[in-house]
Design a protein around this ligand. Structure first.
Ligand code: NI
Length: 269
């Protein structure tokens, strides 16, 4: 594992509030499957309804991702959506055959199920960012579990897939949940602070901090961020970057581990 493959323990993540922007990650069905015998708490949860045939997202075309230990890769991540500007963002990403990772809010999934299907169909990765962006450390473990499961269920109902990652809001996850996580935790090493500045030029400037292996935190619910993407994508493409998902960037992320960055040229698998 390379030095830049920063694997933070979830315990560490629990005590770090990495950003006020807060992105969060929820757990999925895997949580229940892997870690808990479903009890009264879980049994009360809504069950996922498989999408109907005409609603289900088609699997993304199989593709061979670049070897990020050989070429420059970056994982662009977008939190808190889907939202009004996400569809425009998807078109921009398509222009560079760029794959990104979307950490979705369950309530927004309910509002925009078609956008979630579009994200999946285009080969982007989906992560859980909780139902309503509440701090998971400020609720009971049982409530946090319900929140994450509810969000996973919404994603599955909308697009037929389960989130493969979690990103807790504010990067804050209760230590007591660590052993229950059945998916990796995606953190970041480049925070564009786009949620704070709401300024396209500032977001572009912040993206200059990207290095090979970076996981970049942005928010597709802000127009200023989507407006920054043509320049950010063009600049990174000119530098030879490949735009990959978080899982592709890391390689084989492990459940319950927090990752702030991934592979880069010269890193070992
Ligand atoms: Ni967030």
């Amino acid at each position: 594992m390379s030095s830049r493959l920063a694997a933070l323990s979830i315990a560490t993540a629990a005590v770090l509030t990495l950003s006020l922007a807060g992105c969060s990650a929820p757990l999925s069905e895997k949580w229940v499957r892997y870690s808990f015998a479903p009890g009264p708490e879980e049994s009360g949860e809504a069950t996922a309804t498989p999408p109907s045939e005409d609603q289900g997202a088609k699997p993304a075309a199989e593709r061979t991702p670049p070897n990020c230990s050989k070429v420059k890769c970056v994982a662009l991540t977008f939190d808190d959506g889907p939202g009004s500007y996400t569809t425009e963002l998807l078109s921009l990403l398509d222009q560079y055959d760029a794959k990104a990772t979307f950490f979705l809010i369950g309530g927004n999934v309910k509002k925009h199920p078609q956008i979630v299907r579009d994200e999946v169909a285009k080969g982007h990765e989906i992560g859980n960012h909780t139902w309503a962006h509440k701090d998971l450390t400020k609720m009971s473990v049982a409530a946090a579990k319900r929140d994450l499961q509810k969000t996973d269920d919404a994603v599955k109902q909308a697009a037929g897939v389960e989130p493969t990652l979690v990103r807790p809001p504010f990067g804050s996850l209760p230590r007591s949940l660590k052993k229950n996580l059945a998916v990796p935790i995606a953190l970041w090493d480049v925070d564009t602070l786009d949620w704070k500045t709401r300024n396209t030029k500032s977001t572009i400037k912040a993206a200059e901090k990207i290095v090979p292996g970076s996981i970049v935190l942005m928010h597709d619910i802000h127009k200023s961020t989507v407006d920054a993407m043509p320049t950010i994508l063009k600049d990174l493409d000119a530098k030879g970057y490949h735009f990959v998902t978080v899982t592709e960037l890391i390689g084989h992320p492990k459940p319950g581990i927090g990752y702030g960055s991934g592979q880069h040229p010269g890193s070992k698998d």
